[in-house]
Design a protein around this ligand. Sequence first.
Ligand code: GLU
Length: 513
Amino acid sequence: MSMSDSRPVRVRFAPSPTGPLHIGGVRTALYNYLLARQLGGTMILRIEDTDQTRYVPGAEAYILESLKWVGIEIDEGPENGGPHAPYRQSERKPMYRQYAEALIEKGLAYYAFDTEEDLDAMRKRLEASKMQPAYDAVSRMGMKNSLTLGQDEVKARLESGDPYVIRIKLPRKEEVRFHDEIRGWVVVNSSTMDDKVLLKSDGMPTYHLANVVDDYLMGISHVIRGEEWLPSAPLHVMLYRYLGWEEVMPKFAHLPLLLKPEGNGKLSKRDGDRLGFPVFPLQWTDPKSGETSSGYRESGYFPEAVANMLALLGWHPSDNRELFSMAELIEAFSLEKVSKSGAKFDVNKAHWFNQQYLSNTSDEQLMEVVWAQFQELYGNDIDREYALKVLALLREKFQFAKDIAPAAHFFYGRPASYDEAAIAKKWKEDTNASLLGLAEAFAAASASDAEGFEACFRAACEALGKKTGELMQPMRIALSGEAMGPPIFELLALLGAAEVVDRLKLAAEKISA
Ligand code: GLU
């Protein structure tokens, strides 16, 4: 990308609201955003909803919320408006027809009146003679369109309201070339392309027409989108040429696919829940089937970790660094370093990223993330200072912030049960008696910190004639119900002597060896 380009940098993310935004779509939005911010450009969100049959309620709101969650800011879009509003294609419907008609005027497009049956018959005919079953420069001359019907008939059909579409008229054999910022030169012969519909019979533009017209009208400088749109690019290039907009044609960059963790193939909606990771940024419940797919947010990922991980799926910084804040990504990102080949999704790496972000947050920052969950689980009136101490004790073992609060239950109440397997292993005839001995010792001493409790425990073990190792686990189980947990004397200190004494007595009463 040359910085000397005088054109203002304007990029767009142009999703269709046909369902939840896939994590690959979030990556596309992210790359657009990084480039926009790096080059002082504008990030546009355009909702491509011309295919009313695929419209899914809630999908647009989901897209907006996902982008916000990941930290992608939109400068112009349906929510915040902008100089090219509206940013929803269905609301721009009246704008597109004139361009399709202008092409007809120039002899570069035509009306086609073929019915479904006509089209079917054409496909069958061509398939039977081993030809490409396409409506193209060859087959169009055998169809019902304004190239084959007389002028009068065309006029009559239009006047009587016969349904029609407008198709682009492609040259029979011509090279279509364009430069892709990631793939280099792409060359396609028009003989392999078909006369795509530009305007549908309901008067709506197709994706191709609306996309190109809007990119032009909105002054888009770079089209950065997924590889699945590469086959459409030659047609878009032809549209720029036909409409006389070649001079301002955006630069194209087609991003590599996100692949399944195992083997090849595009990462699909079903892979996530099958392999234990989300493929959607936020949880999504399908409005029709009621089926719920998990999201990164609800699975406890930090949005910063997700943005960082996504940026590196397909883009390689010049050094081997892996941790980047959004500001650092903006500085380091470049389209030249986006790879051509697909990027394999790696679940362990996703966990790793999250853990990095988790361990880099301060206790206070982490508390911000989990406080609502603590309150939900343990009551709105719980003490924040105490919760902060609990969090500091527990956090080390976790990859996900959301797992911390549920693991804190024994700081907020006595064990409802005790780990049976651990009891079977650790309890002896006299273990309960020893626990009562410990209770007595803690009651008599006035320990308040971890060191104090440890000293008291050691002295008590000696007095009871027990090794510390023999009573350590039973004491933990008595206090927490669990065989594993935070550093034991810190746990005692946080519970406080009175509670410790009560829990030891309770365990001695409830647990039978
Ligand atoms: N509406 C297309 C999509 O859903 C946009 C493709 C493009 O960016 O041109 O991804």
